[in-house]
Write a protein that binds this ligand. Structure first.
Ligand SMILES: *[C@@H]1O[C@H](CO)[C@@H](O)[C@H](O)[C@H]1NC(C)=O
Ligand SMILES: *[C@@H]1O[C@H](CO)[C@@H](O)[C@H](O)[C@H]1NC(C)=O
Ligand SMILES: *[C@@H]1O[C@H](CO)[C@@H](O)[C@H](O)[C@H]1NC(C)=O
Ligand SMILES: *[C@@H]1O[C@H](CO)[C@@H](O)[C@H](O)[C@H]1NC(C)=O
Ligand SMILES: *[C@@H]1O[C@H](CO)[C@@H](O)[C@H](O)[C@H]1NC(C)=O
Length: 436
């Protein structure tokens, strides 16, 4: 069994919301002189103005929710466009910002999977008929070139609050066409590239499409269509509180069982795994995992974060949670919901801090578990000839398959459990040795 641990990546969002001008020097016509401050990126005055002579140029974004502020008025970057009615928000640059090369290296060093949030429909990218996911796809392609696995998050949502505003008041026919167009568009641009698709997010918590169409199987049909258009990605449900609240866990299991009974191509269950402001209880978590596993599907924890102020206590909590998740036979993947304090929902979950990327106590614990305690990396030569193999994997059960001229001549099972293991395989008179 292979495990993977990942980070999430997020991209610029423009959500426009009406506000009045409440700030001094709103057009940046006077020097900034310390009056305007940036959080999460750099600002400078630029002569590339919409009107007047100056504009504010924002570059080098590295924060999840950057903002600028003047005096005691904070402006979320999401709202800047509307506040001034103009302006070019320089593209979200953190992925390509050379200052954070080291951060990206760390991603490749410690993780093998990334989840892109940039494919969400929630965020109003372009229009329904002409969406713009070019930036997100450029990022997916870059990550794939680096050899990373990329999960796609997410195609649709179970409730209207997180759908783009332009769809929620459509007529039924218009809505259906819009949904079909979006589905076709997204699967076309991602075809063959995603390892997983979170097809409908949080469907236990809302069945908006089912309600709109008076069709209890609307989401099931979406799964079927995605599978036909791209057979590669594992199609997932993804929900929260499913490892925390018994009624939600029951509902999720039932939903999965209903899907399976109807022959819907559901390939796994995503358990978000947010442990906020609670002391994780491994016994409880185990019971929930056992319950979820009754669906008979692989489980992925998709959005793990543990919030705890003290990094030493945070380390203990992460270890408690990771050990129980890792131990469960149905668990196929664990994805962290961010790990850098400059790029997480809540800094109390960070593993790595500051612009010099200091690995904190929690990070040391987590990376040690992932990279040392639970994993192995063996690269050895099997003979004087150039036959060699490279094995990278976590503790667990494996099989060695010996092929001769492409035909299987021997299969030898073995297990890795934290100690050096030798597997001797006799093939005719040759012996290959596998070491940990
Ligand atoms: C620039 O345009 C904005 C919005 O249309 C307006 O409020 C502002 O007064 C204009 N500024 C100048 C210098 O023309
Ligand atoms: C939505 O459109 C698809 C494709 O045209 C069609 O198969 C399906 O019946 C429609 N569903 C509803 C609820 O209108
Ligand atoms: C599918 O996407 C490719 C680019 O990824 C584009 O060239 C092509 O026109 C798209 N096809 C449809 C039917 O949208
Ligand atoms: C494995 O070892 C061989 C021989 O030393 C080397 O050429 C190769 O690059 C190594 N592969 C990896 C993935 O480290
Ligand atoms: C495997 O082969 C090596 C070298 O021939 C030998 O030292 C070792 O005892 C063997 N191990 C097992 C488990 O048979």
């Amino acid at each position: 069994m292979w495990y993977k641990v990942s980070i999430f990546l997020t991209f610029a969002v423009n959500s426009w919301c009406a506000q009045e001008n409440l700030v001094q020097n709103p057009g940046f016509e006077s020097p900034l002189s310390g009056h305007w401050k940036a959080v999460g990126f750099s600002i400078a005055r630029s002569s590339d103005a919409y009107n007047g002579s100056y504009a504010l140029k924002c570059t080098g974004r590295f924060d999840l929710s950057p903002g600028i502020n003047a005096g005691d008025i904070d402006v979320k970057i999401d709202h800047v466009k509307h506040l001034f009615g103009w302006g070019t928000l320089v593209k979200d640059q953190w992925m390509i910002d050379s200052n954070y090369r080291h951060y990206q290296d760390m991603v490749y060093e410690y993780f093998n999977t990334a989840t892109t949030q940039g494919l969400k429909w929630k965020f109003d990218k372009g229009t329904a008929t002409h969406p713009d996911y070019s930036q997100a796809m450029a990022c997916v392609d870059t990550l794939k070139e680096k050899g990373m696995i990329v999960r796609a998050h997410n195609l649709f949502w179970g409730f209207a609050k997180n759908l783009p505003p332009y769809v929620v008041h459509m007529s039924r026919d218009q809505l259906n066409v819009t949904v079909q167009n979006h589905l076709n568009y997204m699967i076309n641009i991602t075809k063959g590239k995603a390892s997983h698709w979170d097809v409908i997010n949080e469907l236990v918590h809302g069945q908006w499409f089912e309600e709109q169409f008076h069709d209890p199987d609307y989401s099931q049909d979406i799964f079927r269509q995605v599978k036909l258009l791209d057979p590669k990605p594992l199609l997932m449900l993804n929900d929260f509180n499913v490892v925390a609240r018994p009624e939600i866990a029951d509902a999720y299991l039932q939903q999965a069982q209903t899907f399976l009974a109807q022959g819907v191509p559901l390939d796994g269950l995503g358990l978000q795994g947010h442990f906020h402001d609670t002391v994780p209880d491994p016994q409880q978590i185990l019971l929930y995992l056992d319950l979820m596993a009754q669906a008979g599907l692989p489980l992925d924890v998709t959005e793990l974060d543990v919030w705890q102020q003290d990094p030493d206590v945070r380390a203990d909590y992460y270890e408690m949670v990771l050990r129980v998740l890792f131990s469960h036979p149905a668990m196929h993947g664990i994805v962290l919901w961010g790990f850098w304090d400059q790029h997480v929902v809540d800094k109390r979950s960070s593993l790595v801090d500051g612009h010099d990327l200091t690995i904190n106590a929690a990070g040391k614990r987590v990376f040690n578990l992932i990279k040392e305690t639970w994993s192995t990396h063996v690269n050895m030569s099997l003979s004087a000839s150039s036959t060699n193999f490279d094995l990278r994997g976590f503790n667990g059960d494996y099989e060695v398959t010996v092929l001769k001229n492409g035909a299987k001549i021997k299969v030898v099972p073995f297990s890795l459990f934290g100690k050096e293991t030798t597997v001797n395989i006799s093939v005719d008179s040759n012996i290959g040795t596998l070491l940990r």
